[in-house]
Structure formats: C-alpha cells, structure tokens
Design a protein around this ligand. Structure first.
Ligand SMILES: Nc1ncnc2c1ncn2[C@@H]1O[C@H](COP(=O)(O)OP(=O)(O)OP(=O)(O)O)[C@@H](O)[C@H]1O
Ligand SMILES: [Mg+2]
Length: 265
C-alpha cells in the first residue's frame, strides 16, 4: 500500500489499537482508490461532454456553409441546434467553473435572512411553464413561519436545480414542494411522481457527472452537475440534502437548514 498500490489491503489480525489502525488504513486506501477513479472519470467526462457539442457545432456549421438545406425551415432548425448546443456548452463550462470555485476558499456566500416560503414560491413560479408544457401539476404547501440564513440567489439556484430535475424526470403526475419546520430546523421537500432512481444509483447522484441513466438520449437531461452544485451550496449554507426514491413511483429530495436564529445565536 505504501508504494501506492491502492488495491492492496492490510490484514486485520487483532481488534486492539493496531487492528483499528489497520482498518483505518484500509478505509483510507479505499477512499483514495475511489478518488483516483473519480478523477480519471471526471477528466474523461469533461472531454466527452465538450466533444459532443463541439462535433454538433462543427457538423452544422459545415452544413450551413455548404448550404446543405433546402427550405427556410431546415435552415432555422440548424440554427436552433447550433444555438442549443452552444448554450449547453456554455452551461457546462459555467457549472464546472462554479463547482471548482465552490470547492476552493475563494467562494463566499452573501448570507442574509431568507424567507424560505417566499423563495420557494418564486422558484416554483419560474418552472411552472415548463411543468405545464408537460401537463404536470405543481403544488406547494407551507407550514413554516421561520427564516433561514442563506444566499438568496444561490437558494434560488438550488431550488431551480431540484425543480428542473423533478420536471425533467417526470412524465406524468405531479410535483409537490413543501416547506415545514421543527424546533430548530426548516425543511424544504421536493417530491415528484417521476421515473425514480434505482437504489444502486442513489448514493452517487450528488457526485459530479453522475447520471443514473447512462445511455440517455441527449435530449433528456444535462451533464450531471446540478445536484453536485446543489449539495455544495446546501453545505455552504450549513444545511444537508438527502434523497429517497422508488423506481417508477417517484423521488423526494429533502433540504434541511438550521433556523436563522439558531445560527445567529
Ligand atoms: N427528480 C429526479 N428523478 C429521477 N432521477 C433524478 C432526479 N433528479 C436527479 N436524478 C438523477 O440524478 C442524476 C444527476 O442529477 P443532476 O441534476 O446532477 O444532473 P442532470 O440533471 O443529469 O444534469 P444537469 O447538470 O443539467 O442538472 C440525473 O442524471 C438523474 O439520473
Ligand atoms: Mg439536473
């Protein structure tokens, strides 16, 4: 293991301190090995995610240059694809940049008191049209009267990520957003009646580039960064995010934040 062979394990022969140390070393090797694999996958993913839109751009620019269209409609369609692919690449680069900033010390949030009820209402308004286009109903319920401490722009971004996922991965039914409170915490719960996430995928959905459905068509979903960003932001606001899901029944994301007065005291 000391030579960097991370698949080697230290035999555990006792349950005393030495045994505990051996267990810790094995755990560390496992973490490092996973980190190494993630790093490799991460780089492979970035190049794949950039290469795909680039080849679309190249292909369609060539088609436009050589006038490979017959009607105005075809011409417009090509321009729309170019526009979408450029936007997709832009989004990917923005997301990557943001994630790397969040992971460095340079990133700071503008913390202020947020009314989660109002923030949720505003985010829901933003995705209502998207949901309506798929004939999905969106309902909200509020049994909370507390504030949380957070960055309102980032809170909105987190909510939009969750709501956008709920709409994208739900074919029929509804999306429900609930804000509740307990003694010290506020919870925001986003539930959908969508395709769900398999149990084996659940622990990984917050990892960068992780997509539960690998062979997904390009039109379905993005690059797998939304939840990684949401989790980072939640942590930066002293919150947690958890997920439960049943395939073909739906998914439920729960954000939990301390109440503002708990953090300010
Ligand atoms: N509400 C949901 N229902 C079913 N699957 C979901 C849901 N939310 C997330 N997932 C799964 O988790 C994966 C990661 O989600 P994430 O938001 O990080 O990435 P994405 O939606 O693929 O791309 P983007 O970066 O545009 O958000 C998704 O690809 C999808 O497989
Ligand atoms: Mg997403």
């Amino acid at each position: 293991m000391a030579k960097g062979e991370l698949n080697v394990r230290v035999p555990i022969v006792s349950t005393d301190e030495v045994g505990n140390l051996a267990t810790s070393l094995n755990d560390l090797a496992e973490d490092l090995s996973r980190y190494q694999t993630n790093r490799k996958e991460f780089l492979a993913n970035i190049s794949h995610e950039l290469r795909t839109p680039l080849s679309y751009l190249k292909g369609y620019i060539y088609a436009l240059k050589t006038k490979m269209y017959e009607t105005e409609e075809e011409y417009d369609k090509m321009l729309t694809i170019l526009d979408d692919e450029t936007e997709r690449m832009h989004q990917l680069i923005d997301d990557l940049h943001e994630l790397s900033m969040m992971e460095s010390a340079q990133f700071s949030l503008k913390l202020e008191r947020i009314d989660p009820n109002l923030a949720v209402t505003q985010a829901v308004e933003r995705i209502e049209r998207e949901a309506l286009a798929k004939q999905l109903s969106v309902t909200t319920s509020f049994s909370n009267s507390s504030w949380i401490l957070g960055d309102s722009v980032r809170f909105n971004q987190m909510m939009l990520n969750l709501l956008h996922n709920a709409v994208s991965y739900t074919h029929s039914g509804s999306i429900q957003v609930e804000v509740t409170e307990s003694d010290r915490q506020v919870q925001v719960i986003v539930t959908d009646t969508g395709i769900g996430i398999a149990e084996g995928d659940l622990p990984f959905v917050f990892e960068r580039f992780y997509r539960a459905e690998k062979s997904r068509k390009r039109s379905f979903g993005g690059s797998g960064l939304g939840l990684a960003i949401t989790k980072q932001l939640t942590t930066l606001m002293s919150g947690t995010i958890t997920v439960t899901s049943v395939v073909n029944e739906g998914t439920c994301f729960t954000l939990t934040f301390p109440k503002a007065q708990e953090v300010e005291e």
